[in-house]
Design a protein around this ligand. Sequence first.
Ligand code: SF4
Length: 322
Amino acid sequence: MSVPLLEVEGLHVWFDLEGGGELHAVQGVDLSLDPGERLGLVGESGCGKTTTALAILGLLPPNASVSGRVLIDGEDILAGGEAAMRPHRWVDVAIVFQGAMNALNPVRTIGQQIVESLELHGRAKGAVARTRTAELLESVGIPAGRAGRYPHELSGGMRQRAAIAMALSCNPRVLIADEPTTALDVMVQAQILELLDALCRDFGLALVLVTHDLPVVAQLCDRCAVMYAGEIVERGPLDVLYHTPGHPYTRMLFAASPDLGMGDAPVLSIPGAPPRLDRPIDGCPFRPRCDSAFAACVERPSLLEVGDGHAAACHLNTRVPA
Ligand code: SF4
């Protein structure tokens, strides 16, 4: 059996809180990704998506504690700390951070930033690095002549393209894109999604698309993992989750998305809010918001296979019909 390109096993992340106590932000996440595969990681804000992405790259702040395994080609890069992680970060797995303006250095031109990235990782230097920078910018649709522009001189869409070019500078095999279209207008959003689609196709990139926006996932991804309260509560092929969701949260997320061709069905909101993660959770974390809760839901459900490549964490899947 072939080894996945990227595998995450039993990932937990805790944050120490200033006033004491801790917040259990990621609670036993398992993921795997094969070369060229595209996975959407979806859920509401605060459900642990971005924290999972940053943990994979060892980019969490000092008040975070992490356990679990992150494997590249079967090698655990989390176990060896920063020394083991550094050769793989940007080189095997790169990230486009949420909000390009925050990710780019405002006092360096976009060209300088890409050249620096190439030089820092020993990919190229001097004139070769500048030529490679021009190629990278062209590959994301930025004319090479704009390499001398500062981030504030570019539109939001161009800044996002520059951030993607920088993430691609070491030819990674996996690109994690964290909310890549947030804060962009609809036309620019479509252009960025087309760009990501073309880059995955042309360079054989595997993609982890982190978003709260299911229509964005529907445009780009083959598979989807739904996070709620720090856990993956459902994962599987996107069309299976859409047509036969195994978790009420997934069903309600789709029903709350306006652009997914749900016919004339009204767009519904999900009542309530996700639970606080700085307190213990009794039973199923979705129970206070679930329209299908029943007696067994006082016990926390496990993520179980419910079909071919399809798993869900909901007692409805194992309930014996009356
Ligand atoms: Fe709803 Fe129960 Fe399933 Fe949780 S386990 S999602 S409360 S039906």
